[in-house]
Unconditional design. Sequence first.
Length: 260
Amino acid sequence: MKRKIIEIERGLCDGCGLCTTACAEGALALDKENKAVLVKEVFCDGLGACLDVCPTGALKVVEREVDAYDAGAAYQHVLKTRGKEAAKNVHGIGNREGPADRISADSEKASPTGGCPGSVAREIPAQGRGEQGRAISGASELRQWPIQLHLITPQAPYFRGSDLLIAADCTAFALGSFHPELLRGKTLVIACPKLDQTDGYIEKLAELIKHNGLRSLTVAVMTVPCCSGLFRIVEQALEQSGVEMPLRKRVVHIDGTLVS
């Protein structure tokens, strides 16, 4: 099948090993030359959590023909190499308890989304939020339309000289103060790196950045692993644009708090 998977540019790898610990599935290891390698392709879920810790840019997510990600095999691998507690964090396994063989067999049917950590069903306690929390104005801070990346026009006049916020779709729903804390005074583009057809996103954003003299550029993402892909898309777009400017990252937890 054709799917996303990690690719390693060996010449850029400095052997720091950070990617091997960031990968919950144990898909990466250092070889005898102290270079990162894929242990097995079926262990790599393609979400790219390792990209966030690589200091040299040696890792990237590509799409190619490769065997499907096997959560059960990854679980067994991590169970043997890192132990039971680490194995609970394997993508597609979650925190379920039970015999290893049962977990392995059931792993891929745990969820219609393949067990993605960002799709795990959970209840968020409301205690302490809303009643005594900061009052949120009902006034919208949205300054333009459309906002979805597929629909926006990079040459639209409202982008010129603006402070641009590129936000993952879920951030506005999770963060009650999204409008006053993140959106106020900014133009907005929204996208989902997991569910959108992202072909052309880098080129479109690069054009927007290159021709509009932006004052600032901020990316807002959720804490779930797949959401970090949006930040990487914007990083690549900024590089492709040839514009030198700071890129700020804001991260929203699913409990509705800003963690950075």
